[in-house]
Design a protein around this ligand. Structure first.
Ligand SMILES: N[C@@H]1[C@@H](O)[C@H](O)[C@@H](COP(=O)(O)O)O[C@@H]1O
Length: 261
């Protein structure tokens, strides 16, 4: 696992957007796994800037969704499908034909989960999966004690996560669904490169537990320690509780220029 400490969220966004751009130059039809939440927005903004300036071409890029609320109509403004259309696909000029995600409106939710998990494999697998992190260490919607081998499935949200996400539902927790579909931790770990971005002091405990704590289901993001190519990008505030921060700074400052993240 590589930990990169950047000065602020904008620098983190630029670093990850450049990694995505390099991937797309090498593999124009790369499948990018994207996350929702506030944290990844600087990545999408930086990548959209590169598309506008002609530094990268997204004509053949494909996008895969990480997780979804169960029961929200697909056209609901806060369904993750709508959020990703608004924040990722439209700014990047990628059509919905190149988008894949789980069906949060399916009557048979289990079947929808299995179908999406299969579809990811049939699409050749995710090339780069971008993740945020919840204050409790969750990735996607894999709440604490999710199996580290889990596949795409239905999960029940904790009260804390519903509270955290109420800000997208007029601050009203009652509007936040209890159930979600999320790629499992085992599914996420199949991506060729996993990049987690965390910013702000609110994420410092979760980052320290994920990077320097034991691999444990109680902290789902710690599963990234098992991945052969995982990059954790953190700003100074989110890095505040890392005991090895100086070591991470030193190794990143001295790595070969050609290596990228
Ligand atoms: N399912 C999403 C996660 O993918 C995201 O990482 C998390 C943190 O969101 P934020 O980046 O807004 O803190 O929120 C939700 O739970």
């Amino acid at each position: 696992m590589e930990v990169v400490i950047v000065p602020d969220a904008k620098a983190g966004g630029e670093l990850i957007a450049e990694a995505m751009a390099q991937l797309l130059r090498r593999k124009p039809d790369a499948l990018l796994g994207v996350a929702t939440g506030s944290t990844p927005l600087p990545v999408y903004e930086a990548l959209a800037g590169k598309v506008r300036s002609g530094a990268v071409d997204t004509a053949r890029a494909r996008i895969a969704q990480l997780d979804e609320y169960v029961g929200l109509p697909a056209e609901h403004p806060e369904s993750y499908r709508s959020v990703l259309r608004r924040e990722v696909l439209e700014p990047l000029g990628i059509s919905m034909d190149a988008f894949m995600g789980p069906d949060g409106t399916a009557t048979d939710v289990q079947d929808a989960c299995e179908a999406y998990d299969r579809a990811l494999g049939e699409a050749g697998g995710v090339d780069l999966q971008l993740l945020g992190i919840g204050t409790d260490g969750h990735i996607g919607f894999n709440e604490p004690c999710s199996s580290l081998a889990s596949r795409t499935r239905i999960k029940t949200l904790t009260e804390q996560t519903r509270l955290d996400n109420a800000r997208f539902f007029d601050g009203d927790i009652d509007q936040v669904p209890h159930h979600v579909i999320t790629q499992g931790i085992g599914t996420i770990l199949e991506a060729r490169h996993v990049v987690l971005l965390a910013t702000g002091e609110g994420k410092a405990d979760a980052v320290a537990a994920s990077v320097e704590g034991p691999v444990a289901a109680v902290c789902p993001a710690s599963a990234l320690q098992l991945h052969p190519h995982a990059t954790v990008v953190v700003d100074e505030a989110a890095a505040a509780k890392l005991k090895l921060a100086d070591y991470f700074r030193h190794t990143y400052a001295h790595k070969p220029d050609w290596q990228g993240i």
